[in-house]
Write a protein that binds this ligand. Structure first.
Ligand code: NDP
Length: 315
């Protein structure tokens, strides 16, 4: 049978390119889990993904109710789940004030981390039950959360601190909207959320890999300077960022190429090792990359997991 993969945020950028790459093999049925149904349908059509290879299902990661409803709908569809890709993200580098999810949690961490945390916890049993030869849970990471890299050292740097803000629910009302309890900074909130993504992948690996055989992985797909992720940046930045990445840092990767990379992490028989953060070198060959000290901190991973369980209502 065909493999069955859920990709969150498959209506644009990396998620769409990955959906296309997988669908084109004819070996995958892609469930595009998107907040804007029409946009996703149009995106699939204009990418040329044929009808029998995809299904759009509504998912708004900035609402725990929506996440639970998506999971119910998916379970009722009767489809198996072989691979789950947590890809969607929101980035608000110029926001002066925090905005909030339906549950009153700062939007970047609430969507990128907590929405995906709840989703993957609720779908873990479906992955366990799959009889597919290689079942995988993939959480898209980023270089920007990794302070052991040049890009990760551009201020404001990611830093979860003692997580007092996260423990307080990131409400921004009586407590901070930032994980470390500091003043709101949209760019930092995104980077912090990506550190949570990478910590969560490793905590999943430690808790569930041996017992379930599921491969847990994260990746940095390269700098895809043309995606919608930068839609909220100032126009000058948006104009200069792609050529800067292409010619100066040489980290630039096209949406198509990044989609092929993530598709490898989904389906390549040689990428089955669990607990790995994948990256690609200049010749587009994959390698196991090192995470920063904070993004590989075992105690922090456990703490993020435990606080997140409470916030999403699982503990
Ligand atoms: P895009 O903005 O193009 O894609 C993000 C997707 O997430 C969109 O489909 C968007 O939906 C969706 N999304 C946002 N909020 C929600 C929500 N509340 N519920 C459901 N879906 C939502 O960005 P990219 O393709 O660049 O980003 C994809 C991933 O790649 C992210 O995890 C990002 O952190 C990561 N990444 C990107 C890099 C880059 O250089 N671009 C570098 C490293 C990592 P909609 O279409 O409706 O807006």
């Amino acid at each position: 049978r065909k493999g069955s993969v859920i990709i969150t945020g498959a209506s644009s950028g990396l998620g769409l390119a990955t959906a296309k790459a997988l669908a084109e093999t004819g070996k995958w049925h892609v469930i595009m889990a998107c907040r804007d149904f029409l946009k996703a349908e149009r995106a699939a059509k204009s990418a040329g993904i044929s009808k029998e290879n995809y299904t759009v299902m509504h998912l708004d990661l900035s609402s725990f109710d929506s996440v639970r409803q998506f999971v119910d709908n998916f379970k009722r569809s009767g489809r198996p789940l072989d691979v789950l890709v947590c890809n969607a993200a929101i980035y608000q580098p110029t926001a002066k004030e925090p905005t909030f999810t339906a549950d009153g949690i700062e939007l970047s961490v609430g969507t990128n981390h907590l929405g995906h945390f709840l989703l993957s916890r609720l779908l873990l049993d479906d992955l366990k039950q799959s009889d597919y030869p290689s079942k995988r849970l993939i959480i898209v990471g980023s270089i920007t959360g990794n302070t052991n890299t040049l890009a990760g050292n551009v201020p404001p740097k990611a830093n979860l601190g003692d997580m007092r803000g996260l423990a307080g629910g990131l409400t921004g009302v009586n407590g901070s909207a930032m994980i470390d309890g500091g003043d709101f900074d949209g760019a930092k909130a995104y980077k912090d959320s990506k550190v949570c993504n990478m910590l969560t992948m490793q905590e999943f690996h430690r808790r569930y890999h041996e017992e379930t055989g599921i491969t847990f992985a994260s990746l940095y797909p390269g700098c895809i300077a043309t995606t919608g992720l930068f839609r909220e940046h100032i126009p000058l930045f948006r104009a200069l960022f792609p050529p800067f990445q292409k010619f100066i840092t040489k980290g630039y990767v096209s949406e198509e190429e990044s989609g092929k990379r993530l598709a490898q992490v989904v389906s390549d028989p040689s990428l089955t090792k669990s607990g790995v953060y994948w990256s690609w070198n200049k010749d587009s060959a994959s390698f196991e990359n090192q995470l920063s000290e904070e993004a590989s901190d075992v105690a922090k991973a456990r703490k993020v997991w435990e606080i997140s369980e409470k916030l999403v209502g699982l503990a």
